[in-house]
Design a protein around this ligand. Structure first.
Ligand code: SF4
Length: 147
C-alpha cells in the first residue's frame, strides 16, 4: 500500500510554503513534532504540494492511488488523514515524536504500524485525535442508535 513520497516534477514554492505552514501548525495542534531529520519533512511536504497541484487536495504522498482524482473526492487520505485523526498515526513520518517515530499507542494490535514500530506512546495525549474524540463523545452519550 505504501509508496515512496515524491516522483514527478518539483511543485511550486507557493504550494511548498503553504504545506510547510500547514505541517508546522498541525504538528503543534496535534501534539506531535516534525521529524528531527528535516529532509524527511521536506520530502513529504513536497509530495503534499505536488498533489495539490495534481488534484487540488493534499493527498497523502505515501499511498499509491489507482485514480488520484477519484481519491481526492474522499476524505480518508487527505492530510491529515483518517489514521491521524483517529489514531495519531502518520506512516509518512510527517508528524512524529521528538525522536522521529510515529505514535502507535492507539493503533489496533494487528496494524502494520504497531508491528513495525512496537508501542510508541503519545507524548501529548491531551492533543489531536479529533475524530476519535467525536466518536468517544457519541459513544458516551449513548450513540446514534439509542432512542
Ligand atoms: S497525516 Fe496521514 S496523510 Fe498526512 S502525511 Fe501523515 S500519513 Fe500522510
Amino acid at each position: 500500500m505504501t509508496d515512496a513520497p515524491g516522483g514527478g516534477g518539483k511543485p511550486s514554492e507557493i504550494h511548498v510554503g503553504r504545506m510547510w505552514n500547514y505541517a508546522r501548525k498541525f504538528a503543534e495542534k496535534s501534539g506531535t513534532y516534525l521529524h528531527p531529520d528535516v529532509s524527511v519533512t521536506e520530502t513529504v511536504v513536497e509530495g503534499l504540494a505536488r498533489h495539490i497541484e495534481m488534484v487540488g487536495k493534499p493527498l497523502c504522498p505515501c499511498v499509491f492511488y489507482p485514480d488520484p482524482k477519484e481519491e481526492a473526492k474522499l476524505r480518508r487520505w487527505v492530510c491529515a488523514c483518517d489514521e491521524m485523526q483517529k489514531w495519531k498515526y502518520c506512516h509518512c513520518l510527517l508528524f512524529v515524536t521528538k525522536e522521529g517515530v510515529p505514535v502507535t499507542e492507539y493503533l489496533p494490535d494487528d496494524h502494520e504500524g504497531r508491528q513495525a514500530y512496537g508501542l510508541v506512546l503519545d507524548p501529548h495525549p491531551d492533543k489531536g485525535r479529533a475524530m476519535a474524540r467525536v466518536l468517544d463523545k457519541q459513544k458516551s452519550e449513548g450513540g446514534a442508535d439509542s432512542a
